[in-house]
Design a protein around this ligand. Structure first.
Ligand SMILES: *Cc1c(COP(=O)(O)O)cnc(C)c1O
Length: 395
């Protein structure tokens, strides 16, 4: 029996078979398995060359210089390196950082740790549609602000932030801007030649690459961003991130980013068409509300609240599909989504929120199956809970 229809691409994507083929070329004796730091023989030199090809591929997608890409184990490490690396060398009194309440835990938990280390952190509130008004950022900037960290695309709602406006503001004030682009790289255009962004986090496994590899973009011109490393060791990555480079992971990430660059616009249009159909058919059920900005949102993510139904009950009633309630990181225990809470959602709206996320291998048949499963479950569950229309009217 086939597994449920996969509609959880924002949690992770399956690896593209072309990426797997690339990965497998860097493991065995007949491939480029060498240590990229071993420059005394062709095994090491071939691996080093594969790493540099991948670095150029990742840089090309962002219109960055390959020298500006540092390999990490993923976006979590890239976020840690950016925030802790900058704040570690930011001298008193520049000990203030600005972020938003809707960021990923891989930013918020780092900020909590920085607060324990004596940094001051401001957490911006979004509008009810999830967007951070640039005015809010302007009002929060202080003479002591060293760094602003705001994500490009939210992983729960798909809402796209105006990072160009944020960058204009931070650049004017001489403040560094970090952007978590784990959900946007390869899905939306990103041009670091024109965007005034200083640091940017990337992950391979949100873009059809393997888990356990990512990168941090660190601007080198016109001004070099200075950072303190998290890891010390063999001096790899110019001392910014020690550890033997995982050639197979890196080559795979390069290939994943190359493919994304080739097909981004066409793929986004396809995914958007599927998403729109799913959204329209589910909204038709009634008592279904979109969470997030109706236009400023990425093609692949659809966050909907079903009035009068707890999301966990809906998921339990629809084993035909694999989706998320809130964010994957908090779904183990019931804790309403911090993102929806920050957006000011009512209790029922938080409890009834389901995130559908589509991707490269989603099909029309997947959408039809999801619509049929959700529609049947919603009708069944609402018949059991006659109060749903009251709750909905109140909400
Ligand atoms: C997935 C994700 C991360 C974490 O990335 P890893 O590579 O899994 O560490 C960080 N930020 C956002 C917005 C994400 O979606």
């Amino acid at each position: 029996m086939p597994g449920p229809v996969y509609l959880d691409y924002a949690a992770t994507t399956p690896v593209d078979p072309r990426v797997v083929a690339q990965l497998l070329q860097h493991l065995t004796l007949d491939g480029d398995f060498g240590n990229p730091s071993s420059n005394t023989h062709p095994y090491g030199r071939a691996a080093a060359q594969a790493v540099e090809i991948a670095r150029a591929q990742v840089a090309a997608l962002l219109h960055a210089n390959p020298r500006e890409i540092i390999w990490t184990s993923g976006a979590t490490e890239a976020n840690n390196l950016a925030l802790r690396g900058v704040m570690a060398i930011s001298r008193s009194p520049r000990r203030h950082l600005i972020t938003a309440k809707t960021e990923h835990k891989a930013i918020l938990d780092v900020c909590r740790a920085l607060e324990r280390d004596g940094c001051a952190v401001s957490y911006l509130d979004p509008a009810p549609d999830g967007r951070i008004a640039p005015d809010r950022l302007a009002a929060a900037l202080r003479p002591e602000t060293a760094l602003v960290s705001l994500m490009h695309v939210n992983n729960e709602t798909g809402v796209v932030q105006d990072i160009a406006a944020f960058g204009e503001m931070t650049r004017q004030r001489g403040v560094l801007l970090h952007v978590d682009a784990a959900q946007s790289a390869g899905k939306l255009p990103l041009d670091l030649q024109t965007l005034p962004i200083d640091l940017l986090s990337l992950s391979a496994h949100k873009l059809y690459g393997p888990k356990g590899i990512g990168a941090l973009y660190v601007r080198q011109s016109p001004v070099r961003v200075r950072l303190q490393p998290l890891l010390y060791g063999g001096g790899q990555e110019h001392g910014w991130r020690a550890g033997t480079l995982p050639t197979h992971q890196i080559a795979a990430m390069g290939e994943a980013f190359r493919i994304a660059g080739d097909i981004m616009a066409v793929e986004a249009a396809q995914i958007r068409a599927l998403r729109d159909r799913l959204e329209q058919r589910l909204i038709e059920l009634g008592g279904v509300t979109l969470n997030g900005h109706p236009e400023q949102r990425i093609a692949g993510i659809l966050n909907l609240s079903f009035a009068g139904i707890a999301a966990e009950a809906l998921l339990a009633a629809t084993p035909e599909i694999a989706v998320s309630t809130g964010s994957a990181c908090t779904s183990a225990s019931y804790e309403p989504s911090h993102v929806l809470r920050a957006m000011g959602c009512d209790e029922w709206r938080m409890r009834g929120a389901v995130r559908f996320s589509l991707g490269r291998f989603s099909t029309n048949a997947d959408i039809d199956l999801a619509v049929a499963a959700i529609s049947a479950a919603v009708k069944r569950l609402r018949a059991l809970s006659p109060r749903w229309d009251l709750d909905h009217a109140a909400g």
